[in-house]
Design a binder for this molecule. Structure first.
Ligand code: PLP
Length: 397
């Protein structure tokens, strides 16, 4: 039996009727740009996330770009983030002329290490004459972008506390973590993207909530900030044809918003099914003695009374024999993927930042050792058993 890394066809089959009706209506009315379909989706998304404002945009990348532009991040600014993420997180910072500063990850969760952030701020930054925080190259350190990788929230209480101490903005890249919860110190469950000033979401088709093309959203609590993000989404235009600031065309399509609106009520069910699949992997790997051969995903918030303690956007194991294991799985028709094979600090396009191999040891080790296995709501137990059997064969257990 072939087991693909991801198969979205079954999800579409179940929702095809309502989706086609929405598309028909939009095509009939020819109302493609913003309008009621977008507003309806934004309202539903804000309610789902527990924020006052959701602003639909053209992609997760453009969500970050819009946010950074609205926050006036630009030349001479520096933004602290992780090198173990999708390119867009740091690409948007660099596109605006600002400098991404990469700090290492926590090897257990693969998320940005709060200790690494604190160490960088304490040891490599200082106050300038005006009291602003500057790094070793005199760039103004402005923000932190934590990325909730693979569907697991970062240690946000600590990150927010560090940010407050240094008056830094926090922008959550929640592209892979819509609905994921974090057990905040005040005892409340807090959702990815809602724990700081602003969060970005992606609806790239393979994300947990996927559009039929590119789409994304910005989520925030503050009314004035939300207005600013909306203005930047439409060329900084307010009112029409009057431009106070230079924005871009970051609008979400009405068609994408309508499809996402239909899918949204199913999201928690899908995330629960992914979590169930993760449990099945965990049980089977343990039963076969494979939990000793490879490291299974950490679930630091599992026993904290949350529903979505992890949403398993990806199920990622680690083993020093990663490349051989992937080759073995491919030969048996089992899909897998490497997120990510090279840290951003070692990417050619960032060579001028001056990082070299060895600078971020945990990022680099993760890039060598991690492998994402098939996980999606419709994955069957039989398919999972196939994956487990192939891995057991590889390790000879
Ligand atoms: C997918 C993703 C993005 C970009 O989203 P797009 O919708 O593909 O532009 C940004 N950051 C992370 C962590 C992602 O996984």
């Amino acid at each position: 039996m072939r087991v693909p890394l991801l198969d979205l066809s079954e999800q579409y089959r179940l929702l095809a009727e309502p989706i086609r009706q929405e598309l028909d209506e939009i095509l009939r009315t020819q109302s493609f740009i913003l309008g009621p379909k977008v507003e309806e989706f934004e309202r539903a998304l804000a309610d789902y996330c527990g924020v006052r404002h959701a602003i639909g945009v053209s992609s997760g990348t453009d969500a970050l770009l819009d946010i950074l532009m609205a926050m006036e991040i630009g030349p001479n600014d520096a933004v602290i983030t992780t090198a173990y993420t999708f390119f867009a997180t740091a690409g948007c910072v660099a596109r605006l002329g600002a400098t991404p500063i990469f700090v290492d990850i926590d090897p257990v969760t693969f998320n940005i290490s709060p200790t690494a952030i604190a160490d960088f701020l304490a040891n490599e930054c200082r106050r300038d004459a005006e009291g602003g925080l500057i790094d070793f190259q005199s760039r103004r350190v402005r923000a932190i972008i934590p990325v909730h990788l693979f569907g697991l929230c970062c240690e946000m209480d600590t990150i927010n506390e560090i940010a407050a101490r240094y008056s830094l903005l926090v922008i959550e890249d929640a592209a892979q973590a819509i609905g994921a919860e974090y057990p905040a110190a005040d005892g409340r469950a807090r959702q990815a993207g809602t724990m700081s000033a602003v969060g970005s979401l992606s609806f790239y088709p393979s994300k947990n909530l996927g559009a039929a093309g590119d789409a994304g959203a910005i989520i925030c609590h503050d009314d004035a900030l939300a207005e600013r993000f909306r203005t930047f989404r439409q060329h900084g235009m307010e009112p029409r044809y009057f431009h106070r600031v230079i924005g871009g065309n970051f609008r979400i399509d009405a068609i994408q918003a309508a499809i996402l609106r239909i899918k949204l009520p199913h999201l928690d069910g899908w995330s629960a099914a992914r979590r169930k699949a993760a449990d099945v992997y965990g049980e089977e790997f343990t039963a076969r003695g494979l939990a000793n051969e490879m490291t299974l995903p950490a679930e630091p918030y599992r026993e904290r009374g949350l529903t979505n303690h992890h949403i398993y956007h990806q199920y990622v194991i680690r083993t020093p024999r990663r490349d051989a294991l992937q080759k073995h799985l491919t030969a048996r028709g089992i899909g897998s993927a490497i997120y990510y094979p090279l840290g951003l600090h070692e990417q050619k396009c960032f060579a001028s930042l001056g990082y070299c191999a060895g600078d971020l040891p945990e990022t680099e080790r993760a890039a060598r050792e991690t492998l994402a296995l098939p996980i999606y709501p419709e994955l069957t137990r039989e398919m999972q058993q196939e994956v487990v059997a192939a891995i057991a064969e590889f390790f000879g257990t």
